[in-house]
Design a protein around this ligand. Structure first.
Ligand code: SAM
Length: 248
């Protein structure tokens, strides 16, 4: 069978793609991408004339079957997404799973990933971290999810849409505490790249009052729960509030 190359593409700056990635994208029989109109300019910029085929959530089953058949027939296929690393909050999981189940070799061609790029400049502990992808869009579900994460000691990484970033920061401040350090990494590798690090109360206030911080693409990172006195006081208050509810 052919090989399924899982190729990372840029998250902004169009030259953030490896020389090996460009070579492979030129050599394969077909490139599976989310949106052919989105990917074509990048491929044109890098002189890649390979045919494209769409693979997105609405045609996934048929597209996966067709691609696995081509791989089994000996053709090589590359998988890319609109930005960054495929399968990271992006399509591709079903294709990789089906290809592996069919005995097709899957090889990564690593490169940009917004979560890792953000972590690399956030200045938050980076030895252990959790990637949470997108939080629920509605506040009640989002707060419930954050509550589950409130005791997490590792650095938290979230993707967020810019029109929800102010709301999400307000929920984080309320659920995780005003003093928790957080970082907003926005428009990485692009013209308006901004990395802001502040306690959640200050960051939520700044983003709420500055519409420029509610534009573009963003990653939110939050310090894990520290073992500091503040956290112990906050936890004490939380437990006390629960106990008070239970008391006659
Ligand atoms: N597969 C991609 C990756 O490897 O990072 C992520 C795809 S996900 C659908 C898109 C989200 O990634 C955006 O909503 C944003 O949270 C984040 N993102 C992508 N590009 C970014 C950038 N240049 N700066 C900050 N965040 C970015």
């Amino acid at each position: 069978p052919g090989c399924l190359w899982v190729v990372a593409t840029p998250i902004g700056h169009r030259d953030d793609i490896s020389a090996r990635a460009v070579e492979i994208l030129r050599a394969v029989a077909v490139i599976a991408c989310e949106d052919t109109r989105h990917s074509r300019p990048l491929l044109v910029h890098h002189n890649i004339g390979t045919p494209l085929t769409a693979l997105h959530e609405h045609n996934e089953r048929e597209a996966v079957d067709a691609l696995v058949r081509r791989l089994q027939g000996g053709e090589s296929v590359a998988l890319i997404s609109d930005a960054g690393t495929p399968l990271v909050s992006d399509p591709g999981f079903r294709l990789v799973r089906a290809a592996r189940a069919a005995g097709v070799r899957c090889t990564p061609v690593p490169g940009a990933c917004a979560a890792i790029a953000a972590l690399s400049v956030a200045g938050l502990p980076s030895d252990r971290f959790v990637f949470e992808g997108f939080l629920p869009p509605k506040s009640a579900a989002r707060r419930a999810r954050l509550q589950e994460l409130a005791g997490e000691g590792r650095t938290l990484i979230f993707y967020e849409s810019s029109h929800r970033v102010a709301e999400s920061l307000a929920d984080m401040r309320d659920v995780l505490g005003e003093a928790r350090e957080a970082v907003l990494a926005r428009e990485l590798t692009k013209l308006f790249e901004t990395v802001l690090g502040e306690p959640l109360a200050a960051l939520a206030a700044r983003v709420a009052t500055d519409p420029d911080q509610q534009r573009g693409e963003c990653v939110l990172l939050v310090h894990g729960r520290g073992d500091d006195a503040d956290a112990r006081v906050a936890e004490g208050r939380r437990v006390f509030a629960i106990l008070r509810e239970e008391m006659p």
